[in-house]
Design a protein around this ligand. Sequence first.
Ligand code: BES
Ligand code: MN
Ligand code: ZN
Length: 507
Amino acid sequence: MADSAHRLIPADFTPLPSLAATTAVTVAPDAPADAAAVGYPVAPDGALPGELGLDWESLRANGFEGKVGQTFASPRVGASDVVVVGIGADDERTEAKLRDIVAAFVRAESRAASLAFVVGDTYPLDEVAIGAAIAEAAVLTRYQYTALKTKPKHVALDTLTIVTPLDAELVGDGIRTGLVSARAATIARDLANTPPGHLTAAVFGELAASLGPKYGLEVTLADKAKLIELGCGGLLGVNAGSTEEPRMIQLHYRPGSAGDGSTPATHIALVGKGIMYDSGGISLKPSDPMHLLMKMDMGGAAAVFGAMTALQDLGCASEVTAFLMCTDNMPSGSATKLGDVLTIRGGTTVEVKNTDAEGRLVLADGLALSAELKPTAIIDIATLTGAALMALGASTAAAFGNDQPLVDKVIAAATATDEPAWQLPLEKKYRPQLDSDIADLGNLGGRFAGATTAALFLNEFVGDIPWAHLDIAGTMQVDADESWRSKGATGYGARLLTRLVVDYPTS
Ligand code: BES
Ligand code: MN
Ligand code: ZN
């Protein structure tokens, strides 16, 4: 990390602290005596745990009505605290609501290192789904980025016991899945929360190369010289103003790579925008507190990396190739100028009309390389446009695509993981806005429908391969804790892509 030495980055600094903090999630018929708190799900007017020693009248007097997200904690001396956790009406017994319920419980007991949560045998979800939702929500709720706190006040969740009469083996299967999926998201959160000087493109590359093999991934790094050889003029053009080198991080997963070596029928390509910091370049962003968030402009690449770490453990049956397109976007004497023309991999020329529309330039190279592989499908994910944030806010990503069945699969995975996405039109009528007088394309659309014109630009590089695009500018972070989304980077997309790829039809 010599380049960043002036920031005095400690030699033992690790960009992925959450890999070290593991929560042991177990199943038991009774709550362990040493649990700091036990959570009891309670429906409106439903039965109350005998241990509570309170009736509905006193609960209501304390504002507890049994709605999802409500909790009432009753501290005990010499015994576990008792926490009633609202579960809402009968029609709210979904996986998403179960995660919200667990999140409310874990937030109510934020100082507890050991928790127990009770689930009866009438909860109308299958055992695997219950185990997965509870484990996932608990880990994600307690997450905090503490790598740079010298005196962290955060209390890690060491143990969680799911107290249930349900089949322990099935619930256990769910727990294992949930923990892998949560790990994918916490890896993505860690990466996006890391300051841009601590996580440069080169450092990200080193990290991927050292961790990849552990997760069954083959990692290939392309440095500046290699990118020139590959003709990746988009990534190189965005990098031109930076003192840090770019990296294209290629990750390859082959199912059962120790097996018979046959090629799986399905091959998915994933592309992530990896702008380590987006200053806007020569089209410098105006001074604004939003800039603090631009270290998260690699949230797409972080989500793809997170998802890739889950495939081996979840037994993904498809082949997956990922391209993380990493560089920062800086102004300097060597920066790309407005009016410069870049040549993307494959030869398409692009006139740069605004250097702040850099995401589409780095993605273009990644999409072109993906299309050359003739995969079953290409999915890209990017913190691409302020317009997506304006249109859909912080809870919902914008989805686009050239193939409705693929977009439907993406949205189904988004719904299942409660990382919501909403399709916007890839309106071809707006395509002329991307025309250039001197090159094949310009990188800037008109004033309106900015998320759509950005998507139309990307569409130029995928040929006729089924392709979907997720614009996560809105969902990359939350300003305050919200259910299992902890303040800061959300890791949005890591769980969605994991689900999409693992569940992708293999024939
Ligand atoms: N990284 C930004 C988009 C962004 C904005 C992400 C807010 C997260 C929160 C992107 O590179 C950008 O600057 N987009 C411009 C595009 C414009 C110049 C066409 C935008 O949206 O203003
Ligand atoms: Mn930008
Ligand atoms: Zn950007």
